[in-house]
Ligand binder design. Structure first.
Ligand SMILES: Cc1cc2nc3c(=O)[nH]c(=O)nc-3n(C[C@H](O)[C@H](O)[C@H](O)COP(=O)(O)OP(=O)(O)OC[C@H]3O[C@@H](n4cnc5c(N)ncnc54)[C@H](O)[C@@H]3O)c2cc1C
Length: 631
């Protein structure tokens, strides 16, 4: 180890650190990634899956910006499903079951082969700060590395404590040590630090599961992929399965409550409300006789299964006895117990929008250290911190996405303005402009922005340009091309929708809820030949994009209009003495919070925790009314 001086140092090679280091190096910064164990790069600490509702959109945004999470997922997946297809396109969410070992290996390979990036296995125990500016780190081996900016992505490792029943020990993940020193140093420097907790379920030996007693959940017949680059969809897939707890399971789980770290008060940190442990679920939903569990394979070549929904920190024998009451698991043997982990995080209101800390210049935090949970939430923060750290040391303007541009913008805005009171995960309901922030159009929304700062490659830009051009051509064709009753009516009758009496344009049929592009392709040879002329690599995407553009145009335009009005209204001043309690249509919580916090603008009001998008609409309508000239 001779080189001790870098532009950027990233601490921790989890999902945040890997994206941060790759982005920084790809933007030309001489980067060092230091992590406690190079053999656990991007380990999937919890479930072996990427994406899902709202999270899938984030992976696509990371990919569109030139990050690697999408590519690595495509290379590592064992099953693909597009969730929520029965709902509108704003809700469609890609999800991939991954081979977790392959996922980690693929990331390792990617990072090792990234130019400008060096890797070092060690534990960082101190950030070196000179005159209020981060300028390097000191490691457990007492090496002093110099850097112009430091990005901390320590995940669940800072003073981590693992709990199973009455046992507890320090650790960052089961089988791995915790990181000590950094939290104390930052605390002494005046940073606020707090505790959160999360948990994980048992891993089961698949050879001992009776799969014939479970409900199979195969992947999509036509699996898609995450990356907009030339990765390939899966040719074969592994199935997941559904199982259910029962009252006997719940009774057994209850016998461990007096030894539970959650219920005896040994764990103080708040856990993820939307991803509760099985013991929390049976308390919170006491009337529910069963809970659904997802049985998820952890790879192509392993027998290990992850029991999603059965996260627990109850004593080991209680976990196992309860497991044996579930149909299909009567003889199950486990590889690893479920456990909970409590760890330090830094309330993210201490950060700027670039994820740089307000207290120490050129020091950035990304990932679970900011109170989030999830690989996708971590990855996108890492990417944004990596980008902004490079821009900062190069003296260039920062790169911030707003809430109308990306889920990533929503996430960071939520973190830095509202903070967190539980591990933060993304939901579609957190985004006001869901029809704009779809998984299918992340490349169109974001790739050019990233290309402009020198991250997304020319090849990515070429692909997006091509997709936009062909989508427009195809939409124009559907908008302009007529179809006769003789061509259309058999298909319409089959779909149980009224026949047409005269020639109409294809688009008129597409606007019917029952009709999609495939139906139009069946009845219009001209459309078919138009699609056949599209390059193979963009065909599916372009057909889907044109369909969404035409079918949902009215909604998209409406939301675009609201989005641009909201951006304008960011500057609308709320009178200091406004009587919020006079607005009965505001939620009670919003009335209380607004009265207490007295935001200066509607933009600020919208970001206060407890003020919902519906409350903002009420304020907008009210202020619009009072501020007619601004309209
Ligand atoms: C038990 C458990 C249960 C979880 N359950 C869920 C769940 O249900 N749902 C969900 O979405 N997410 C869950 N997660 C969280 C998910 O794993 C994280 O959100 C995600 O991994 C965070 O990514 P990260 O990059 O911030 O940190 P991590 O993936 O934790 O990576 C941190 C990295 O930093 C390294 N490191 C830490 N400190 C130092 C140091 N001082 N010096 C050098 N290297 C250091 C570590 O070795 C590690 O490689 C769970 C995690 C755990 C451990």
């Amino acid at each position: 180890m001779t080189d001790l001086s870098y532009d950027i140092i990233v601490v921790g090679a989890g999902h945040a650190g890997a994206e941060a280091a790759a982005a920084a190096a790809n933007m030309g910064a001489k980067t060092l990634l230091i992590t406690m164990n190079l053999d656990t790069i991007c380990q999937m600490s919890c479930n072996p899956a990427m994406g899902g509702v709202a999270k899938g959109q984030i992976v696509r945004e990371i990919d569109a910006l030139g990050g690697y999470s999408g590519i690595i997922t495509d290379l590592s997946m064992i099953q693909f499903r597009m969730l929520n297809l029965s709902k509108g396109p704003a809700m469609w969410s890609p999800r991939a079951q991954c081979d977790k070992m392959l996922f980690s290996r693929n990331w390792h390979h990617q990072l090792e082969n990234t130019q400008n990036l060096s890797l070092w296995q060690d534990e960082v125990v101190e950030v070196i700060v000179r005159d209020g500016v981060a300028s390097g780190v000191r490691t457990r081996m007492n090496i002093h590395f110099e850097a112009k900016a430091v990005i901390l992505t320590n995940g669940t490792f800072l003073n981590g404590t693992i709990y199973i029943g009455e046992q507890s020990w320090t650790g960052g993940r089961i089988g791995e040590g915790a990181a000590h020193g950094l939290s104390d140093q930052l605390l002494q420097m005046g940073f606020e630090v707090d505790r959160l907790k999360t948990g994980t379920p048992v891993r089961i030996d698949g050879r001992t599961i009776h799969f014939n007693r479970l409900e199979e959940q195969p992947g999509d017949v036509h699996p898609q992929k995450f990356s907009y680059t030339d990765t390939h969809p899966l040719q074969k897939q592994r199935s997941c399965f559904l199982a259910y707890t029962n009252e006997q399971t719940h009774d057994i789980l209850r016998t461990g409550f007096d030894r539970s770290p959650l219920y005896t008060g040994r764990i103080q940190g708040t856990g993820p409300r939307y991803c509760p442990s099985i013991e929390t679920k049976i308390v919170r939903f006491a009337g529910k006789q069963r809970h659904q569990l997802f049985v998820e394979p952890e790879g192509w070549t392993t027998h290990s299964y992850y029991l999603n929904g059965f996260s627990s920190s109850l004593p080991l024998e209680v976990q196992v006895d309860a497991l044996h009451t579930i149909s299909g698991f009567e003889e199950a043997k486990i590889f690893k117990p479920g456990y909970a982990i409590e760890y330090d995080y830094f309330p993210p209101t201490q950060l700027n929008y670039t994820l740089e800390t307000k207290k120490v210049e050129n020091l950035y935090f990304a990932g679970q250290i900011n109170g989030t949970t999830g690989y996708e939430e971590a990855g996108c923060q890492g990417l944004m911190a990596g980008i902004n750290a490079v821009l900062k040391i190069q003296g260039r303007p920062s790169f911030v996405l707003n809430r109308t541009q990306a889920y990533i913008g929503v996430l960071i805005d939520d973190l830095v303005t509202k903070g967190v009171d539980e591990p933060y995960r993304m939901f579609t309901s957190r985004a006001e402009y869901r029809i704009l922030l779809r998984q299918d159009n992340a490349d169109v929304r974001l790739t050019e922005l990233s290309h402009n700062i020198g991250l997304a490659s020319d090849e990515r830009m070429r692909r997006v340009g091509e997709k936009v051009r062909y989508t427009q051509q195809l939409s124009d064709f559907v908008n302009e091309t007529p179809v006769t009753p003789a061509e259309a009516n058999t298909m319409l009758e089959q779909l149980d929708t009224p026949p047409i009496q005269q020639r109409v344009r294809l688009v008129n049929l597409l606007l019917r809820p029952e009709v999609d592009m495939n139906h139009l392709l069946e009845i219009s040879p001209e459309l078919q030949s138009q699609v056949e002329q599209l390059p193979e690599e963009v065909k599916t995407d372009v057909v889907k994009a044109a369909e969404i553009m035409l079918k949902y145009q009215r909604y998209i335009e409406k939301e675009q209009d609201v989005a641009s009005r909201i951006l304008k209204f960011e500057d609308i001043v709320l009178p200091d003495d406004f009587d919020y309690f006079s607005l009965q249509s505001l939620s009670y919580e919003a009335r209380e919070k607004l009265t207490k916090m007295r935001p200066h603008t509607i933009g600020q009001a919208s970001r206060i925790s407890g003020v919902s998008p519906a409350d903002v609409s009420v304020l907008l309508i009210t202020m619009n009314h009072k501020n007619k000239p601004i309209e």
